[in-house]
Ligand binder design. Structure first.
Ligand code: DGY
Length: 421
């Protein structure tokens, strides 16, 4: 069967009716926030109505305060830990109690611009106030002092769970009772492709802390033992601010558009200040200690996704990306190769993830770096053509890693193939 048809087959196979699970392998038996959005982006190519449903289902789990959880548990979640019965979160106790990168507005804007059917546009328009509520929640709960940079309070919120960027902040989290023996992920994926046991103990410890505090948005920022302003999370939010502003203007909410313009202004200034002149790189900050997180993770390139002027202002950033690509067979590694923390097989400590490649391709094009974007697109297509729809890939060998038959990899393959990136 043609690979394009296989990719569509993966999305159909993982479709649970109204939402798509990341993989049928058992590793993630629920709806993940950014996975779902990125699946919708591509699903729109062959089923616009179903793509919109994906986002509607996600926003069906939005909390009254505007937060959209990182996981919604709809069905049997017994193969996952921590599942709904551990989280005990949300109005219906069927979600996690933390969030994930705010890509939804960017996806909804693309769907809106492609849609010609007025019924689809009407459904997308109905999502816009919900997107605004999520962005408002994010600033109120995670930037209470109005710095322009929002903080995440759990590595899972970054989506880049075990990135070396979190090592110091996570190691400072007290180790509670060991729980790593309860994890189920290593039953479905090789242990050396996944986070370590001490990392898991701390991940779960944080969950218990938040649960004990009733997941109260007004409390968690202050009590969180892990709190960082991730450059990646903020860059994705900043891009989403632009897209949300445009959606609000297009759907006639002028006051909302003005409100988001202020968010965008503030975050734009704050991201610009994250540039480290000596290192020629963007870094986030540990907002508990005030220390810069001076490590070269792929998140440091994401300001390219947020702002079309970054390459002109900082040509060294683009050169740095080129130097990463020169050291691997397939780009883009999630951490700088040759660094001691770089592990080409372990989740977010080195492997290539196609969804981040999409952000970089899209951002590089807007920044006038078409050749580099084309190289990353070529690598992404080659990985799938040679290795299949793996969750992530070894940048040195292309080896497929993590879960198989993975929704967002299939989605990005279709997206790149169609030239919609
Ligand atoms: C996991 O369970 O590995 C997920 O990435 C958490 O969101």
């Amino acid at each position: 069967m043609e690979l394009k048809q296989q990719a569509i087959g993966v999305l159909r196979q993982n479709d649970r009716g109204g939402y798509t699970i990341p993989t049928a392998s058992g590793l993630y038996p629920a709806q993940w926030n950014w996975d779902s959005c990125l699946v919708a982006l591509s699903r729109a190519q062959f089923d616009e109505a179903r793509a919109v449903t994906e986002i509607e289902t996600l926003f069906g789990g939005q909390w009254p305060d505007g937060m959209v959880p990182h996981i919604l548990f709809h069905g049997d979640d017994s193969s996952y830990f921590p599942n709904a019965s551990v989280w005990q979160a949300g109005p219906t106790w069927r979600s996690s109690g933390i969030t994930q990168p705010l890509v939804a507005a960017t996806v909804v804007r693309q769907l809106f611009e492609y849609a010609s059917d007025p019924a689809i546009r009407a459904r997308l328009t109905a999502l816009v106030p919900k997107l605004l509520a999520w962005h408002r929640w994010c600033y109120a709960a995670r930037d209470p002092h109005g710095t322009g940079l929002v903080s995440i309070i759990h590595p899972w919120e970054s989506g880049m769970d075990n990135s070396p960027l979190w090592d110091d902040a996570l190691n400072a989290v007290e180790l509670g009772p060991p729980v790593a023996h309860l994890r189920k992920d290593t039953g479905f994926a090789a242990a050396d492709h996944r986070p370590t046991a001490p990392e898991y103990d701390r991940y779960i410890n944080l969950v218990i802390r938040f649960r004990d505090n009733g997941y109260r948005a007004d409390r968690l920022y202050g009590i969180a033992p892990f709190r960082v302003a991730d450059i990646g999370f903020n860059a994705i939010l900043q891009r989403a601010n632009q897209d949300l502003r445009s959606l609000l203007a297009a759907t006639g909410d002028i006051a909302g558009a003005a409100e988001v313009a202020i968010m965008k202004e503030r975050t734009g200034t704050a991201i610009a200040r994250c540039w480290h002149e000596e290192d020629g790189f963007f870094y986030g900050v540990d907002t508990r200690t005030g220390k810069i997180i001076r490590k070269p993770g792929i998140a440091g390139f994401l300001p390219l996704f947020a702002d079309a002027e970054v390459a002109a202002r900082h040509p060294r950033l683009v050169e740095r990306l080129e130097s990463w690509l020169a050291r691997v067979a397939y780009g883009v590694p999630s951490f700088e190769p040759d660094r001691p923390e770089f592990e080409p097989q372990r989740y977010w400590r080195g492997p290539v993830w196609l969804i981040v490649n999409w952000m970089l391709i899209n951002g590089l094009r807007r920044n006038g770096c078409g050749d580099l974007a084309a190289r990353i697109r070529r690598d992404s297509l080659a990985l799938v053509e040679r290795m299949g729809f793996a969750e992530y890939f070894n940048p040195l060998t292309g080896e497929p890693l993590g879960g198989s038959g993975f929704s967002w990899t299939a989605a990005m393959y279709l997206h790149f193939l169609a030239g919609r990136e």
